[in-house]
Design a protein around this ligand. Sequence first.
Ligand SMILES: [Zn+2]
Length: 123
Amino acid sequence: MERRIEEIKRKLALIGEMRPGSLNQQRTVCGNLNCRCMDPKRPRKHGPYYQLSYVHLGKSTTQFIQKDLVGAVIYQLANYKNFKALTAEWVDVALALAKEKLRVDKERHKSETRTLKQKQRTI
Ligand SMILES: [Zn+2]
C-alpha cells in the first residue's frame, strides 16, 4: 500500500494546468423575427457558445469560453478530474493503511501484556 501512495505522488507531480468545472455547449435564439434563428421552416440557432461552470469556495461561477480556448479548457478539466481521482485514491489507501497499523499495534500490545502476565506467573 505504501508503494501505491508513492505511485500516486509521482503521478500528481506530473499533472499540468488544471481547473475544476464542466463545459456546456449552447445554441441560442435572439428573438429577431427576420433572423435565421427564427426562420419558421429551417431555424438555425446562433452558436455554439461554450459555457464553463464551476464551484470554488462554495461560490458557483459560470463564464463564457472563447471558441479558440475550448481545447485548452477541456485539457485543464481532464487534468482536474485526474487530480481528484488520484487524491481520492490516496485517501482510500491512507485510511486502509492507518486501520491496518492500528490493528497491528493492538495485537502487539495484547501479546506483550500476555507475555508479561506469563512472566509474572513464573516468578
Ligand atoms: Zn437570431
